[in-house]
Design a binder for this molecule. Structure first.
Ligand SMILES: C[S@@+](CC[C@H](N)C(=O)[O-])C[C@H]1O[C@@H](n2cnc3c(N)ncnc32)[C@H](O)[C@@H]1O
Length: 268
């Protein structure tokens, strides 16, 4: 039998309008779609009626499908000659284990393609009116996992990041926010550094909390995941540049109209 192919496709950060044209084209033709928790399920409406859609979502600490099983699923469907889409939130190669999946496919001799997606790391700040770089305020940014912040020997070097990088974008950072803030202050970041936490960015549930390194932990106490954390002077531009809150949902095109449905699905 002819072997199939796996496409590792980025679904974007939530607003279905941020799926790429290539991603949409492949979704329409897919025979099997294996999708994650942060993928807006509205995108599945673009699949053909006979396509098989399999949820492989992950919640922090409780993986609904272990990574090895996801790899096996991809391999076994491709071995049966199918066109398989592995649909992942944001970009598949940004904290999405896309690299591990590609390695497993390569080892199994399965052909694959990667279709980059719009990562929450850039799109969510943009929807909150925060440019990650700015000629006067920031000439560098780094995207960091917040998971590492509580480890005894973390692999993230917060000291170097604090001194060398202007804007820090932290994914999966809410739980460890107090640790992250403490490390940055200990390594010399000004207590007055502006900070933003953006929840459910690019959807109509988008919610933004701003503060400084000194008060953000208290201000964010009631916030829940998923959240993008942005630290740096560029956050102050939000006062001038916020646009999403001022849009007119009835007239502006927007995938965010689906966000309520999205949240219900995730919290079920
Ligand atoms: C496992 S990482 C996956 C990142 C994804 N591959 C990307 O490129 O956006 C999941 C984290 O991304 C962030 N995230 C993804 N979508 C988000 C959204 N719409 N709003 C806020 N945070 C989001 C959160 O920090 C969440 O905990």
């Amino acid at each position: 039998m002819k072997i199939g192919k796996v496409y590792l496709v980025g679904a974007g950060p939530g607003d279905p309008g941020l799926l790429t044209v290539r991603g949409l084209e492949l979704l329409r033709k897919a025979e099997v779609v294996i999708y994650d928790r942060l993928v807006n399920p509205v995108l599945l409406e673009y699949t053909a009626p006979q396509a098989r859609c399999i949820f492989a979502g992950k919640l922090t600490g409780s993986h609904s499908l272990p990574q090895e099983e996801i790899n096996e699923l991809l391999i076994s469907h491709a071995r049966r000659g199918r066109q398989v889409i592995r649909l992942k939130g944001g970009d598949p190669f940004v904290f999405g284990r896309g690299g591990e999946e590609a390695e497993a496919l390569r080892e199994a001799g399965i052909p694959f393609e990667v279709v980059p997606g719009v990562s929450s790391a850039v799109a969510v700040p943009a929807y909150a009116g925060i440019p990650l770089t700015h000629r006067k305020l920031s000439s560098s940014f780094a995207v960091i996992t917040g998971h590492e912040a509580c480890k005894v020997e973390p692999s993230v070097d917060w000291g170097r990041l604090a001194s060398a990088v202007d804007t820090l974008v932290v994914l999966m950072g809410l739980k460890n926010l107090p640790n992250i803030v403490a490390k940055l202050l200990a390594h010399g970041r000004s207590p007055e550094t502006p900070v933003a936490l953006i929840r459910w960015g690019t959807t109509d549930l988008q919610e933004t909390v701003t503060g400084t390194l000194v008060d953000i932990v208290d201000k964010a106490a009631a916030l829940r995941q998923p959240v993008v954390l942005v630290i740096g002077e560029v956050v102050s531009l939000r006062d001038k540049l916020q646009w999403f809150e001022e849009r007119s949902p009835s007239t502006d095109r927007g995938g965010w109209i689906y966000a309520d449905e999205f949240a219900t699905y995730l919290e079920a």
